[in-house]
Structure formats: structure tokens, C-alpha cells
Design a protein around this ligand. Sequence first.
Ligand SMILES: Cc1cc2nc3c(=O)[nH]c(=O)nc-3n(C[C@H](O)[C@H](O)[C@H](O)COP(=O)(O)O)c2cc1C
Length: 193
Amino acid sequence: MTTYTVGYLVGSLSRESINRTLSKALIRLAPPSLTFTEIGIGNLPLYNRDLDASYPPAALELKAAIEAADAVLFITPEYNRSLPGALKNALDWASRPWGANSLTHKPSGVIGASPGALGTALAQQSLRGVLAFCNAPQMTAPEAYIHFLPDVFLEDGTVANESTEEFLRTYMQEFADFVERVHTILPQRRGQG
Ligand SMILES: Cc1cc2nc3c(=O)[nH]c(=O)nc-3n(C[C@H](O)[C@H](O)[C@H](O)COP(=O)(O)O)c2cc1C
């Protein structure tokens, strides 16, 4: 069995993030071919292109972590019908300096949870636009717009609803298959701008 490392980014900085809870559920339900490392975004300064020639350590760490991972998974809230600024900021750092885009050819997945019925659909659409420009291949199906219910998603990552659990298990299996496909057909190159 070939195994793949997944760097996951939680788009929320909140200590009580429901998206962090969702990330625990996804890790629990993922097939054994995937291993997970969180890529933190909370210590990054705001992106400033004046620093392109001397990237701050937190941004260098972010780029190194993305480049070291076989795939990236974004688990994000929706803020004002878009992706949160903290996550966009991380993507801006990762994409630069010009010619050294860490996201190039990196297989990616997008998922998110909201207490609202739309389940982060618009945030995911915004994020997909950014990933497309950054040349990160995306799993486009299945889509996963998670309406977060506290009695379904327990703090330790247990999912107390069979059909939701099955849906998320399928999502992670599909993601594993997608990552394998990308690695089979697309050579991983770094710094392609
Ligand atoms: C600034 C801000 C904007 C928000 N905008 C939306 C939104 O557009 N759509 C939505 O479903 N929820 C929105 N919410 C509610 C979030 O979905 C909710 O706070 C959720 O718990 C955030 O995810 P987290 O717990 O992982 O931080 C917003 C919350 C904040 C703080």
C-alpha cells in the first residue's frame, strides 16, 4: 500500500472551532493510506510583498510544510460568504515569491462546516478560485458542505450519525484515490510560479 502525507489547514483560529472538530472526524474516518499533519496558519504576519526577498520564518515554515506534504486538505469556515482572511493570507504567502509557488501541482481538497444550512458553499467556491489560480489540482467531487450540528459532531471527532459518518468516510476515500491519481499522472514539481 502506498501511503500519502496530507497537510491539513483549518481556516479558523478559534479555540472552539467547529471546523477543527470536523478535521478530527475526517482524520478518524480516513483510509490508512493517508497520514495527517496540521499546517498552522495562526502565526503568520500579514502578507507583504516587500518581504519577498526575506520571508519571515513562519511563512518559510508554511511553504516547507506544504512542499513536504503529498497533498493539502482545507477545512474552512465561511466568513461573509467567502474564505476567512487568515486562510487567504496563508495562501498568499504559500504562492509567493513569484516563481516559487508552493501549491503548484499539489493535490488539494476542500471541505467546511457551518451552523448555517449552506454549509460553507460560498467560502469553498472562493477558495477553489484561489487554488485554481495557484495551479493546485482540486478534487471537485464529491463536494462536502457540512451543516454542523453539535450533537452529531462530538469534540473528539466521533460522528454520532451513521449516514453523515458514511458520507465523510466516502469523502476521505475519494480524496485518497484522487491524491493517488494525481501522483500517478502528474510529476510533482516545485516553484513553477
Ligand atoms: C466574521 C464572521 C463572518 C461569518 N460569516 C458567515 C457566512 O458567511 N456564512 C456562514 O455560514 N457562517 C458565517 N459565520 C458563522 C460561522 O459559520 C461560525 O462562526 C462558525 O462557527 C465558524 O467556524 P469555526 O467554528 O470553525 O471558527 C461567520 C462568522 C464570523 C465570525
